[in-house]
Design a binder for this molecule. Structure first.
Ligand SMILES: O=C(O)CCC(=O)C(=O)O
Ligand SMILES: [Fe+2]
Length: 341
């Protein structure tokens, strides 16, 4: 049963206009903002041999945008596309069927909802349905996953394995670039990833609403796969579109990495807009630490000139406090900064 009598947007029968509860206040709407589709977000070829150059490109993009895209990453196109297709089929199922397929774990490691997990409390709803589940280690969670559509576990399992491998590779390049040493992020800092599938059905008036509100991710990093335009990043007060590139992944910095680097890398705000012609889907692999992992600025990131900007806290506490503040980045910052109690 969904919160507050909500119904999945994907299962609405007729959608002729945007209901009042989905209409964002004017200053938050996509409106007529001109979104430069210039390839402003760097595209990095992960297969380049010169490792020093590769590390530098990743660090530069992370510092400047908090976002980059990667190509030639070694994940087979077939695996990503099949996964995209399975999730489209999943979201096309009836509401009760989706809910039933996600109710196998009493600890709720797999959940399906509409708008956000805070539906009854949020001021305005987002135009999306979401499916989120734990995915590592696979053998711990796979038997709680949906079994419909057919081959769900096989296809999604292959995708999650590929993501895990890719994530460790990217984290290794990052820790090298940051001078944190080998394997810094390989342990508890990346042990608890989740896959979040955002499904945005076509919307009759995309200028009034959003698929996902402006936010920064509460992750170490996030790896996203998208099929159509819709992701936008806030850079110097302007929204930049992140153009889908065939077989590319989008990587972004989350709050956890911002804390560990003492702000040397910063999480960038982003959002998703809808469109009236087609549905859109994004697969968001959120790299989360273990609940009990302590998040704090790394020793080598602080010195007399750079005192710790963020306090130490464990990931579980951080997440619990992040959730009610998720759409208010300033409030999240106030919570994690050292000068607040
Ligand atoms: O759908 C998108 O492109 C954005 C998804 C996102 O930001 C998220 O899942 O955190
Ligand atoms: Fe996000």
């Amino acid at each position: 049963m969904l919160q507050g009598g909500a119904k999945f947007v994907s299962n609405w029968e007729t959608v002729e206009s945007v209901p009042e509860s989905y209409v964002y206040p004017p200053e938050k709407r996509p409106g007529n903002i001109v979104v430069p589709m210039a390839k402003a977000i760097p595209v990095i070829d992960l297969s380049i041999r010169d490792r020093t150059l590769l590390v530098r490109k990743i660090l530069d993009a992370s510092k400047e945008f908090g976002f980059f895209q990667i190509i030639n990453h070694g994940v087979s196109k077939k695996v990503s596309e099949e996964t995209m297709r399975i999730f489209k089929e999943f979201h096309a199922m009836s509401g009760p069927e989706k809910a039933k397929e996600c109710s196998k774990d009493p600890n709720r490691s797999c959940r399906v909802y509409t708008s956000s997990e805070n539906y009854t409390k949020e001021q305005v709803h987002c135009w999306r349905d979401a499916l989120i589940f734990n995915c590592h280690p696979l053998e711990k969670y796979v038997h709680f996953w949906p079994q419909k559509p057919p081959k769900y576990r096989e296809v999604v399992g292959a995708y999650c394995m590929a993501m895990r491998k890719l994530v460790l590779e990217i984290l290794e390049l990052m820790s090298e670039g940051l001078g944190l040493g080998k394997g810094y992020f390989g342990g508890e800092m990346s042990e608890n990833p989740l896959l979040l599938v955002n499904h945005y059905p076509p919307c009759p008036n995309p200028s009034l609403t959003l698929g996902l509100s402006q936010h920064c991710d509460p992750s170490l990093i996030t790896i996203l796969f998208q099929d159509v335009n819709g992701l936008q990043v806030l850079k110097d007060g302007q929204w930049i579109g992140v153009q889908p590139i065939d077989n590319a992944f989008v990587v972004n910095i989350g709050f956890v990495l911002q804390i560990i680097t003492n702000g040397k890398l910063q999480a960038a705000e982003h959002r998703a807009v809808t469109n009236s012609k087609t549905s859109r889907q994004s697969l968001t692999y959120l790299v989360y630490p273990k609940d009990e992992a302590m998040m704090e600025p790394a020793k080598c990131m602080i010195n007399e000139a750079n005192p710790p900007r963020y306090r130490s806290l464990n990931f579980k506490d951080f997440q619990r406090n992040y959730l009610p503040r998720a759409v208010d980045t300033k409030a999240v910052m106030q919570y994690i900064e050292t000068n607040q109690s």
